[in-house]
Design a protein around this ligand. Structure first.
Ligand code: AMP
Length: 194
C-alpha cells in the first residue's frame, strides 16, 4: 500500500506518518527529513538547499527528483510507503506518476489532512516554543511564507489526485487519535473490499 500524506505545514503529516508506520508497517519517505539530513551533514546538496529551506521556499524539482529516484531504489519500499511532503507542486506530481508507472507501482491513497490556517499558525508557533533545537523554518515570518508557497504551488496538486479518484479529505481539526482513526477506517474499508 502506497500513500501520500498531504497537508499544509503544521497539519500533522509527520505525526500521522508515525501512526501509519506502526499500524500498517509502512515506511516513511520524507523529502524534508532527507534535505535536513543533507544540511546537517554539510554535503554539497545540503549547502545548495540550506538558504532556500530557511526561507520557506521550495527546493528545485531536479534536486527532489534525484533524492526520490535514489530512495526508491532501496528494496525496503516494496511493502509500501508513505510520502510525506512530496509531491509539493504539479510538476512533482506528474513526475511521480511517471516514476510509479515505470516501476509498475501505484498510489492507493492520498490523504489531505485539512486544517484551518489560523490553527496551523498557532500550532507551529507552539512547536517552535517547545523544541529545544528550533527548526529554522518554524518561525512566524517563515511560516507565513511557507503557507503562501503551500497555497500557491502545493494546493493545486489536490485536483490532480481528485481527478485520479484517490483523494480523501480528512478533517485535521480533531485530536491526533481522531485523525488517525479516520485515516485507518478508510484504509480498512478499502482492504476489506479487495
Ligand atoms: P517539510 O519538512 O516537508 O515541511 O519540508 C521542509 C522544507 O524542505 C520545505 O519548506 C522546502 O524548503 C523543502 N522541501 C521538502 N520537500 C520538498 C519538496 N518535495 N519539494 C521542494 N521542496 C521541499
Amino acid at each position: 500500500m502506497n500513500i501520500i500524506l498531504f497537508g499544509a505545514p503544521g497539519a500533522g503529516k509527520g505525526t500521522q506518518a508515525n501512526f501509519l508506520i506502526n499500524e500498517f508497517g509502512l515506511i516513511q519517505i520524507s523529502t524534508g527529513d532527507m534535505l535536513r539530513d543533507s544540511v546537517k551533514r554539510k554535503t554539497k546538496l545540503g549547502k545548495q538547499v540550506e538558504n532556500i529551506m530557511a526561507n520557506g521556499e521550495l527546493v528545485p524539482d531536479d534536486i527532489i527528483f534525484l533524492l526520490i529516484n535514489e530512495r526508491l531504489k532501496n528494496k525496503d519500499i516494496k511493502n509500501g510507503f508513505i510520502f510525506d511532503g512530496f509531491p509539493r507542486n504539479l510538476k512533482q506530481a506528474q513526475k511521480l506518476d511517471e516514476i510509479m508507472n515505470d516501476m509498475s507501482m501505484h498510489l492507493d491513497f492520498v490523504f489531505h489532512i485539512d486544517v484551518d490556517e489560523k490553527i496551523l499558525t498557532s500550532r507551529i508557533e507552539n512547536r517552535a516554543k517547545q523544541e529545544k533545537v528550533i527548526r529554522k523554518d518554524d518561525t512566524s515570518a517563515v511560516l507565513i511564507e511557507r503557507l503562501k508557497v503551500y497555497n500557491r504551488d502545493t494546493k493545486p496538486v489536490l485536483d490532480h489526485y481528485f481527478n485520479q479518484n484517490i483523494l480523501n479529505v480528512i478533517d485535521g481539526m480533531g485530536t491526533i487519535d481522531e485523525v488517525s482513526s479516520n485515516i485507518s477506517r478508510l484504509i480498512n474499508k478499502d482492504l476489506k473490499v479487495d
